[in-house]
Design a protein around this ligand. Structure first.
Ligand code: PXL
Length: 283
């Protein structure tokens, strides 16, 4: 057998689902890794048929196929970190849990984005799948729920950003080591809240970016955080830099589609020519 090479290239694996519009999901993850100089591997959990306006269909792969992809990647490459996105089913979440427990070193950074819905409002997870994703929390270095996901996890409404510290503490009680609650869905200026395992906490104030192009921001942010972690930043710095990257990717969005469009993941490298005049009939 050929010996394993240790390679200086930074790498990360995303376990998530495909978005045919390529703004979210596995496509957003791989673009974000690449934009950060991190080589991305992928283990596909499902396939969604969607665009900037709606999710038309979603199909989740059999757990054996997800397991085989994880094994294929793990047995040949050094992994720098793992990002978990939409897994879709209880069985797929269980496969990822087994993989982390049996194959990964506890030091390897795992960022879990507990995706439940699309930006267009489609609910991806049933109750059983949601419960299985909760079981992944103790295996994640960081869990990144948005406001609605955090409410679902703690089981009640969160009244504005003042409710974030209590909600994050509850999420930590479920085993998550560090928690980032994203406040982009709040009224007014967005505010995110990071609770670290040593008990320190931080609010990150952002400005509301005047754009309708926010499809895949959650996937992009969590992948950018993992990329920074893989490159050696601490958690707080990784979150800060990932927020700047995601905000700029929204500001420079290419303006594609008729709904909530994708971001510009490679904004550091080139501009898109933008012309989002109203589309003609059928065009
Ligand atoms: O952003 C959440 C998300 C994750 N994964 C896939 C998605 C979406 C949102 O649309 O389609 C595949």
């Amino acid at each position: 057998m050929t010996p394993m090479r240790t390679h200086p290239l930074r790498t990360a694996l995303t376990c998530a689902s495909s978005d045919s519009g390529a703004g979210a999901g596995i496509q957003a993850d791989l673009k974000t890794f690449a934009a950060h100089g991190v080589y991305g591997f992928s283990a596909l959990a499902g396939v969604t048929a969607q665009n900037t306006r709606e999710v038309l269909d979603a199909f989740y792969l059999p757990p054996e196929l997800l397991r085989a992809q994880l094994q294929a990647v793990w047995s040949d490459f050094d992994l720098g970190g793992v990002k978990i996105g939409l897994l879709g089913t209880r069985d797929n979440a269980q496969v990822v849990l087994d993989f982390i427990e049996r194959k990964l070193s506890p030091e390897l950074p795992v960022v879990l984005d507990p995706v439940m819905c699309s930006a267009s409002g489609h609910v991806f997870l049933d109750e059983e799948a949601f419960r299985a994703v909760l079981r992944l929390f103790p295996r994640a270095l960081l869990v990144t729920p948005n406001l609605f996901e955090a409410e679902a996890v703690v089981g009640r409404k969160i009244e504005g950003f003042r409710g974030f510290p209590e909600a994050a503490a509850k999420i930590r009680d479920l085993g998550a080591r560090n928690v980032l609650i994203k406040g982009g869905h709040l009224e007014g200026e967005p505010r995110d809240y990071l609770l670290l395992e040593d008990g320190s906490d931080f609010f990150f104030d952002g400005e509301r970016i005047p754009t309708r192009d926010d499809h895949g921001t959650g996937c992009t942010l969590s992948s950018a955080i993992l990329s920074r972690l893989v490159r050696g930043c601490d958690l707080q710095t990784s979150v800060k830099l990932a927020k700047l990257y995601t905000a700029e990717a929204m500001r420079r969005a290419p303006g594609l589609g008729r709904g909530r469009g994708p971001l510009h993941h490679f904004h550091q490298f080139y501009e898109f020519e933008k012309d989002r005049s109203e589309p003609s009939e059928g065009g």
